[in-house]
Write a protein that binds this ligand. Structure first.
Ligand code: ADP
Ligand code: MG
Length: 388
């Protein structure tokens, strides 16, 4: 019996895919930014896109490219205390000891039994971050390298953290330091951060909206990835696999993973191994169906959890149609006037859950969401009424 092979596909959030498909344009923009020096557009970038489109993977790839050039890379994910964590990454020991700016003391226990730990006050944050980054740059620039900072899930960042980081990066950019800053998040960051006066600097960021991958590139990626692992995929099986992805990166991994798994298990110890393994139409059909059920848990569920009750009602009204929905019909189904319904239409378009397809019609922007909504309509309607 031959040793078991590892499945080459990676249907896990944030995991580098076996082949990074269809992202040459944005990678070129980033590399150009590094090559063109301080102040180049590609050095300040905002990557947006729906869940599962490949934002985290893009940041990882940027980090890899930067490290290849011996750059320093600091990657963070936004959540409470982002700026402080970032600062600690630059000053691994206690910031209070290493920075010339004296941090304020936060008084945690009023009774005096604890003076609390030393922390950097939020007003001081821009200055200290700037200093700490500046020091790291002093070292890096001596060896002709630079510093890349990436912040993932930026839509979840606290405003003061974003202000602190943006201010620090802005000053260092103005001083022509060798720095690059890339932040990524759901499309809502555009309305959340980029309309904020204090954050004008971020508005200058080169905006990269990640979208679907052209199907011919998906096809090539499937053929290559399967072939490299000793399995042939072609004909109708290949067509089924490619079509099922709808070009959605997470679905590329899910479909690839499940088809590969079924096909490999079926043939591993069978006779087929003599003249090589190949994916049958049945393998493809079953794999696609398994991929679809995983997609619901991994993408549709979390996506809907993040929406308001009325957003969900709007989507349920859309799901009654087999194709694009007329916005006036949706308003009717919701029992509201068009003006009211359009508030939610705009919100859902901003969040890239639906898209405007012209002629007063909208359609789903996330693959298979219609199907998921239909299958789970009763439950979703209930949670929408709970006011969740
Ligand atoms: N360009 C791509 N080509 C192939 N697979 C990709 C690509 N980008 C992302 N993926 C895969 O899609 C999934 C989601 O990627 P991730 O970066 O976590 O998305 P996001 O951060 O936008 O939610 C992962 O399994 C990843 O391997
Ligand atoms: Mg991500």
């Amino acid at each position: 019996m031959s040793p078991r092979k590892a499945n080459p596909f990676k249907p896990t959030a944030g995991r580098m895919p076996p082949l990074l498909v269809g992202r040459d344009g944005i990678i070129d923009d980033f590399v150009e930014g590094l090559d063109d020096g301080p102040g180049a557009p590609g050095r300040l970038m905002c990557v947006t896109g729906a869940r599962g489109v490949g934002k985290t993977v893009m940041l990882t790839e940027f980090g890899r490219i930067a490290k290849e050039r011996k750059w320093g890379v600091v990657d963070e994910t936004a959540s409470d205390g982002l700026a402080k964590r970032l600062l600690e990454r630059f000053v691994p020991d206690r910031p209070s000891v290493n920075l010339s700016v004296k941090p304020s003391l936060s008084v945690a226990g009023l009774g005096g039994f604890s003076l609390g730990e030393a922390s950097v006050s939020s007003q001081r944050m821009p200055l200290t971050l700037r200093e700490a980054m500046g020091r790291r740059l002093d070292v890096l620039e001596r060896r002709k390298a630079g510093l890349l900072i990436t912040v993932d899930e930026a839509q979840s960042a606290a405003r003061e953290d974003m202000v602190a980081i943006a201010t620090a990066v802005q000053h260092l950019t103005r001083e022509e330091r060798n720095i690059a800053f890339v932040f990524a998040g759901l499309p809502t960051i555009v309305s959340k951060w980029l309309n904020d006066d204090v954050l004008t600097f971020l508005r200058r960021a080169q905006s990269e909206r990640l979208g679907d991958i052209p199907l011919d590139e998906v096809r090539d990626a499937f053929v290559d990835t399967f072939e490299e692992s000793g399995i042939v995929i072609d004909g109708d099986a290949l067509r089924m696999a490619v079509d099922a992805t709808e070009g959605y990166p997470f679905m590329i991994q899910l479909v690839g993973y499940h088809i590969w798994r079924i096909s490999y298990r079926r043939q591993r110890d069978g006779k087929a191994a003599e003249n090589g393994m190949s994916v049958s139409e049945d393998d493809a059909r079953e794999g696609v169906s398994n991929a679809l059920s995983r997609l619901g848990d991994a993408v549709h569920g979390p996506e809907l959890d993040g929406l308001s009750p009325v957003d969900k009602t709007y989507l349920l009204a859309m799901a009654q149609d087999d194709g694009p929905s007329s916005t006036s019909t949706i308003a009717e189904r919701m029992g509201k006037d068009v003006g009211y319904a359009n508030i939610y239409r705009t919100r859902l378009i901003d969040a890239q859950v639906i898209r405007d397809v012209g002629y007063g019609k909208v359609d789903f922007a996330i693959p298979y969401l219609r199907r998921y909504l239909r299958e789970h309509a009763a439950y979703i309607r209930m949670s929408a009424h709970d006011g969740r």
